[in-house]
Design a binder for this molecule. Structure first.
Ligand code: PBG
Length: 343
């Protein structure tokens, strides 16, 4: 047999160069590719974030997040039913608060009957088996859009922690299974853990937004919860500088010490290195939040026909798994779980 090898300038064949190691052998067919696949995405990996708004049978499209809606508690419960049907283990709620209820300290967060608590109760009643994760932060409730009490241009740490701790207790009482503080105040994980334990909520978990970066990817979320245009200044005195990685590890270490059951990195895709480091360092259940800007960029490019939206969605979700995530909060959760069910 006359085998023809292309030779390089030194006269070497490909087998001379690779020592006959050929990576493509394992990629040659669908069955080999399935056999060697290292990571896989399932519905169990997905957490569905939803936006909740007061009222009944209220569903408002969010312009900057095509396909998503603000839902009143009754419709949030329907959405939770759908999520459970798809095998999604948990739903995370974010409130859009009517402007007249907002003030400097975000006091409406301490109303036991506010929309986030109504939504938890409605969801738990309709779908007891789905996990409810509530965001604890003041920004939906403050008239300045910051995550803390603002005084003389400063976000007050300890006053904010005291308020968030109260709010977390109310959320636990309303039925939240996991409290997710997203404010980045110092000491809030320890304070909330202690308050939960003292009040009989030992089984309520804490998913800490351990490393939340001062990111521009949160843009569309501000429209979703109605805080666009409100924010004075930026959040760099409490969120982490996107330039920093060691600081993110130290920040997460504190949350783990203070009693977080799970840690989260936010945003997601631009911070896969942080996810990888935290998973390696702490061996904790580690989550990513694929945030609003990440969702909207993919949707917008897909709507323009510039990318295949479904494929890019699935590729990004799988990338989180590869980086070490145990799960992903993603606005794509429902769509991705539907796709997984079909295939
Ligand atoms: C603040 C909070 C933010 C998000 C959820 N909770 C960020 C912010 O407004 O600064 C962003 C979520 C997203 O962009 O999808 N507590």
């Amino acid at each position: 047999m006359n085998r023809q090898f292309t030779r390089d300038t030194l006269g070497r064949s490909v087998d001379d160069i690779t020592g006959s190691r050929r990576m493509r052998r394992n990629r040659k067919a669908d069955w080999t590719r399935r056999m060697v696949q290292e990571n896989r995405l399932t519905a169990d990996d997905l957490i569905l974030p939803i936006f909740v708004v007061a009222g009944e049978n209220r569903s408002e499209p969010i312009e900057a997040m095509p396909g998503l809606f603000r839902l009143s508690p009754d419709l949030a419960a329907r959405k939770a039913e759908r999520a459970a049907e798809l095998g999604i283990p948990a739903i995370a709620t974010f409130p859009a608060i009517d402007a007249e209820l907002k003030d400097n300290s975000g006091s409406h967060i301490l109303n036991p009957d506010n929309v986030i608590n109504q939504a938890s109760a409605a969801i738990k009643k309709a779908v007891p088996k789905i996990g409810v994760i509530t965001d604890v932060a003041l920004d939906p409730f403050t008239d300045h859009g910051h995550d803390g009490v603002l005084r003389d241009g400063e976000i007050l740490n300890d006053e904010t922690v005291a308020q968030l701790t109260e709010a977390a207790l109310l959320q636990a009482e309303a039925g939240a299974d996991i409290i997710a503080p997203s404010d980045m105040m110092d000491g809030r994980i320890g304070a909330i853990r202690e308050a939960l334990d003292r009040n009989g909520h030992q089984n309520v978990g804490i998913m800490s937004y351990a490393t939340k970066f001062a990111s521009a990817f949160y843009g569309p979320y501000r429209e979703a919860i109605g805080t666009q245009g409100l924010l004075k200044g930026d959040k760099r005195t409490y969120y982490i500088d996107p330039a920093n990685s060691d600081e993110a590890v130290r920040e997460a270490a504190l949350d783990v010490e203070e009693g977080a059951d799970m840690i989260m990195v936010k945003p997601g895709l631009p911070y896969l290195d942080i996810i990888f480091r935290l998973k390696q360092t702490f061996e904790m259940p580690t989550f990513a939040y694929q945030v609003s800007g990440e969702y909207s960029m993919i949707k917008a490019a897909a709507q323009n026909g510039w990318i295949d939206g479904e494929k890019v969605m699935m590729e990004t979700l799988l990338a989180f798994k590869r980086a070490g995530c145990d799960g992903i909060l993603s606005y794509f959760a429902e769509e991705a779980a539907e796709l997984l069910q079909k295939t």
